[in-house]
Every structure is written in C-alpha cells, then in structure tokens.
Design a protein around this ligand. Structure first.
Ligand SMILES: [Fe+2]
Length: 335
C-alpha cells in the first residue's frame, strides 16, 4: 500500500456542513435509523455486518480459556481487562479482525449517512469483553457519563460499537438515556454549579446523583440497548450512557467503532494519527486522535504483564477503503 497518495479534503471546523444530521431532536423523515438517532440520541442499525461474518469475528477473539469451561475464565488465561470490560493494550485495536470490522461496508455506510460524507477517518478504539459469572473482578459500578466537554455544546461526535454476541435485556451491554442530547445545553446551564466528578479529560463528564435526579425530573429514563450479533449501535457523545456486565450466561463482546469526517481533523491531527497507526497504538473514541495511548504495555498487579506485546498477533491487512480510514492518504506532503 502506497503512503504517498494524497487525497484532498476541505477542512471546515466551524459551520455544520449542509446534509449532516443535526442531532437536534427535531422530527426528520429519512426513513431509516437517522430518524430515531436524531430523536433519541442513539440508534441500532440492524445487521450492519452479516451474521456469518459477525460470528467469524467473534471466533477470532481467542484468549486462552475454554468456552465450555467457565473455571478457565480467570486472570492467568486472559489479557488485562478493566472492570468496564476494556482491553486497552496488546495492540488489540489493530488486530486484523478488528480492522476488518472497521472496514465493513454496512458500518462505514451508517456513519457516511449521518455526516453526508464518504471521506471518513476511524478511531483506534478498544475491544470490550465482559464474561458472564467471572470471578475475582472488581465490581463494574454504573458510571453514567457523556463523552463530550460540556463547554463545547452541540453535536460533535457520533460514537459507535459493533455488537458481536447476543445482547438481550439481561446480557452485558450499553445503557443509554434517550432524548437527553436534546436537553444537554439546558442541563449544563442549570447544573453549572454542581461539583464535577474528577475526570482525566475535559471531554468526559460524569452525572452526579443530582444530575441523575435532574434527568429524571425532566421525564428522561434509562434503557438497556438490546442488539444481536452484527448490529451496530451509534450514539451522540452528549447522550448519557454507561455499560453493564452480563447478569445471565452470555459473554459480552463488542468493538468500538467511531468515524468522523476527515474534514473535521487538522493536518496535525492526521500526522498524530499516522504515528499512532504505525506504532500500533490505540486512541479513545475520537477519530481525530485527540488522545493516543502511551504504549501497548498492560499493567498487571502493578507490573508490566509478561504477555504484553507492541504489535497485534495478526497484523491488519488494509484495502484502499480501510487505508483511507487511517487518515494517512489525506496528509498533505510538506514542501
Ligand atoms: Fe462513554
């Protein structure tokens, strides 16, 4: 794959481009998932990946446990997974199967429709796995939050995850507060004096007890998003959300996939993103490489996990479309 091809993209960080979904709660008539996304702040795109391929991807996640023997689901057989189910290291975000998911036409198409733009870049976000009945894990306490700085209102980012295992009412998965994106500005205006939950980034805001009360008093409720393997769930970063671990017998497996127009990224962002890709490092959900992980080393009990690795087990195989999603071909050559 040549890295010298340059694709010209217009950079526009100010006005909302014509054709982009406003995410303002107003009624729309697209006749597809965009109507519920605009109204509720989240949507499920059924069968974004065909079932057979979703099953194939789920089978490519292979820690050293036996699916038929829950007693093997223990620390020594697994990568380091935090209490929220995130695998943050080991280059997992650049595994071939994860990139193959990012390149799925039905997944890319959903974001292209929302942004009315085919020139997209994708986040190098994490894989989420949560085992049913797993012992010895810290409790996954609800951490209702939005992934957007309240001082930067308006629709800025559409998050997404591809669901790979059945996710019914009692299974692990995403919890959202539908419609709260519409009241986001009002919420932050009225709750401006509420003490903030400490966060490592201004792009994260946690809802306190009184914040939760505010949502409730404005008629907003929380729902578990149910999905089947191959479904894509998308949500506005202002929509409050968190995840829950399984309470039944079904493991959770999901890959976070967030895309944004390359036009929303600067050349500096793209160069940072290229560096992250070449070093096989992860990012958060921001596709413009707002944050890049410092390394692929996972810490286990305060020490580097001996299984840490700098590169994925199987290197990604990019095609023309997925290579564009890295942002690299949009980097202008310096003269
Ligand atoms: Fe989040």
């Amino acid at each position: 794959m040549s890295t010298t091809t340059t694709i010209t993209a217009t950079v526009n960080n100010t006005a909302t481009p014509k054709g982009r979904l406003p995410l303002d709660g107003s009624p729309t008539k697209y006749g597809d998932f965009r109507d519920s996304l605009n109204r509720d702040g989240y949507a499920v795109i059924k069968g974004a990946i065909p079932l057979d391929r979703a099953r194939k991807y789920a089978n490519e996640f292979r820690p050293r446990y036996r699916r038929d023997d829950p007693s093997t689901v223990k620390q020594s057989n697994l990568p380091v997974i935090n209490e929220k189910g995130m695998i943050l290291a080991y280059g997992v975000t650049h595994e071939k199967w994860v990139w193959d998911i990012r390149g799925e036409p039905g997944v890319i198409e959903a974001f292209a429709k929302v942004y009315d733009d085919e020139d997209l870049i994708v986040s190098f976000d994490v894989v989420n796995v949560q085992f049913a009945n797993r012992q010895g894990m810290p409790e996954n306490k609800p951490w209702p939050h939005q992934d957007q700085d309240p001082s930067k209102p308006g629709f800025r980012c559409l998050q997404g995850l591809v669901n790979l295992n059945p996710s019914g009412p009692n299974d692990g998965g995403l919890i959202v507060c539908p419609g709260a994106h519409r009241l986001s500005q009002q919420f932050h205006r009225e709750m401006a004096d509420e003490p903030r939950i400490p966060a490592w980034t201004p792009e994260w805001f946690g809802f306190t007890e009184s914040g939760m009360q505010w949502l409730k008093s404005h008629g907003l409720e929380w729902v578990k998003v149910c999905a089947e393997p191959g479904d894509l769930i998308v949500w506005d970063s202002r929509t409050p959300h968190y995840n829950v671990a399984p309470s039944g017998t079904q493991d959770r497996l999901a890959v976070y996939t967030c895309y944004m127009p390359v036009a929303d990224a600067s050349q500096e962002d793209l160069r940072k993103k290229k560096d992250a890709f070449e070093k096989r490092l992860g990012t958060t959900h921001w596709p413009n490489a707002r944050y890049v992980a410092g390394s692929n080393v996972a810490m286990r009990d305060g020490k580097p996990c001996p299984k840490s690795r700098e590169r994925p087990i199987q290197e990604p195989v990019l095609n023309e479309r997925t290579f564009r999603l890295t942002g690299i071909p949009y980097i202008k050559q310096e003269s």
